[in-house]
Design a protein around this ligand. Structure first.
Ligand code: BTN
Length: 330
């Protein structure tokens, strides 16, 4: 009912709405409406009230509360259940906990801030209060566990499309699933899985999208390598962005489940900024350079070193500037 009440105020666009009218339309008492308005007030919404005219919504908080997300969501299942935190250590850790307890597919864990957000290779992930979208999505796919690695590519496709839809059209995917904009990292994705030999129990897609932090706000170690919507000069509503990303993720996930991963790989290639570039690959203590020439059916990056085409299963790939070409020896 709370969402329906909020919808009235959104449609009224800052004008007064009569409590009596809402109670009649929704078939509930005026006291029930008044109680819900008080709950909204306790969550940061500000209303002006007039005995004659009713209520007027003056301010809706810029937070990713279940209410705010629900008001703009257009998915079937993704994001329909939200576990919300103002502050949490890591949304991935919380998502794993509730997945083990049986949380349904599509449930998301969202936080305004993470105190120990983390990424691939045990790196920290900067997640300041309300300056980005930090969330984890729980999936329970019917794929074989060996297919799960490709979910990481699927995640990149969905997130990249959602971001482009919200106006940052210059972003693209660096293998396997970072989203970059003008060479700097806008999004990090950490996919984790629990499975037996024959069955996936759950997959957690942990996604961090920088929206509000300006260059000088990033910790020094990320200042040159990270970017955000604000840095790129694009203003975005966090909840609309989250809704767009969830819609694209849901659509791509459905494709993977019904048609298999071939289409996902094609979509990934269309959004890739890695293929055709000179790259450096670092894996454990080793590193080599070459030209990224494609990805194979398992999602591995194919790198032409000049003497052979190497299949990269895991590792850190950086795109090398065009003025430092790789000598392919031909
Ligand atoms: C990376 O860049 O290596 C991946 C970063 C993933 C960050 C997201 S933010 C939400 C979720 N919670 C975490 O602790 N990590 C992921």
């Amino acid at each position: 009912m709370r969402n329906e009440i909020l919808e009235y105020f959104r449609k009224a666009n800052g004008e007064f709405v009569s409590g009596e009218q809402i109670s009649r339309d929704l078939g509930v008492s005026r006291t029930a409406i008044w109680k819900q308005i008080n709950v909204l007030k306790s969550r940061g919404y500000i209303f002006e009230s007039s005995t004659r005219k009713g209520y007027r919504l003056i301010y809706a908080p810029n937070l990713l509360t279940p209410l705010e997300i629900g008001s703009v969501l257009h998915t079937d299942t993704f994001g329909r259940k939200v576990v919300y935190f103002e502050t949490v250590a890591s949304t991935n850790e919380e998502a794993k906990k509730i997945a083990r307890e049986g949380a349904e597919e599509g449930t998301i864990v969202v936080a305004e801030e993470q105190s120990s957000g983390h990424g691939r290779l045990a790196r920290g992930f900067y997640s300041p209060f309300a300056k980005g979208i930090w969330f984890s999505l729980i999936l329970r796919p019917k794929f074989f566990p060996m297919e799960a690695a490709k979910c990481t590519l699927l995640a990149a496709v969905g997130v990249c499309r959602g971001i482009r839809r919200m106006g940052l059209t210059d972003c693209g995917i660096k293998w396997p699933n970072d989203i970059l904009c003008h060479g700097k990292k806008l999004v990090g994705i950490l996919t984790e899985m629990s499975a037996s030999m024959e069955k996936i129990d759950y997959i957690i897609m942990g996604i961090g999208i920088n929206t509000g932090a300006k260059k000088e706000e990033f910790p020094e170690m990320f200042r040159e390598s990270a970017t955000s919507f604000a840095n790129e000069g694009v203003e975005v509503s966090r909840k609309e962005l989250l809704a767009a990303v969830l819609a694209e993720l849901e659509a791509e996930y459905r494709i993977a489940q019904t048609e298999g991963f071939d289409k996902v790989l094609e979509d990934w290639k269309d959004l890739s900024i890695t293929i055709g570039q000179n790259v450096r690959v670092i894996f454990n203590e080793d590193s080599f350079t070459g030209r990224a020439v494609g990805i194979d059916k398992d999602g591995c990056l194919l790198v032409d070193t000049g003497t052979e085409v190497t299949r990269v299963i895991a590792g850190d790939v950086s795109i090398r500037p065009a003025d430092r070409p790789v000598d392919l020896g031909r």
